[in-house]
Design a binder for this molecule. Structure first.
Ligand SMILES: Cc1cc2nc3c(=O)[nH]c(=O)nc-3n(C[C@H](O)[C@H](O)[C@H](O)COP(=O)(O)O)c2cc1C
Length: 170
């Protein structure tokens, strides 16, 4: 699968088969996250793989009980040192983790696996459940597993509405 095919076919998946993800597939997905760029090449991004059923329940609770988190066999949580702010006023952790998560989601699609970016979670209960140090922020997480649904129809504005040339709304 080309990267374009992966971008085209990826959809948020919220229902999963029970069967576990093969370790070699997980490894390749994590490798995609590892290879993602980080600001100043800090390598500060950390990936927490959760497949322990009791811990998955705690992760689901921290995700406001979202049902999809109870259906996936595992989850990948992406976090980074939150103290680094770039010259553009953006937190490096937010950007670094978002790139890594995007790379992993595309890799997961290429592996025939489903993901769903989860931003609906509460920071402190999740950090406590996973033992994440205070200076780290969880930026995003995703359930990971074989899809048991196709995902919703895509809802995107046409490119003409989104792209400006040589300035805002020009
Ligand atoms: C930053 C961010 C946070 C999101 N948080 C959640 C979430 O907490 N729960 C959920 O079910 N979907 C969540 N989503 C998935 C979006 O609803 C989904 O990406 C969007 O509807 C587009 O659908 P698609 O991913 O199938 O293209 C999130 C997506 C993003 C990018």
């Amino acid at each position: 699968m080309t990267v374009y095919e992966s971008i085209e076919t990826r959809k948020s998946i919220r229902d999963f088969e029970k069967r576990p993800v093969e370790p070699e597939k997980l490894q390749r997905i994590l490798e995609a996250g590892r290879l993602a760029p980080t600001a100043r090449c800090s390598n500060a991004t950390r990936f927490i793989v959760v497949d322990d059923p009791d811990l998955m329940k705690k992760v689901q609770e921290a995700c406001m009980g979202q049902a999809l988190m109870g259906k996936a066999p595992m989850a990948v949580i992406v976090c980074s040192d939150s103290t680094r702010v770039m010259g553009c006023d953006q937190r490096a952790s937010t950007v670094d983790c978002s790139i890594a998560m995007s790379f992993m989601m595309l890799a997961a699609t290429a592996e025939g696996l489903g993901t769903c970016w989860i931003g609906g979670f509460t920071q402190e209960p999740l950090k406590e459940a996973l033992g994440i140090p205070a200076e780290y922020d969880v930026v995003a997480l995703t359930p990971l597993g074989y899809p048991a649904e196709e995902g919703r129809p895509r809802d995107r504005k046409p490119l003409e509405e989104l792209v400006y040339k040589n300035g805002w709304k020009r």
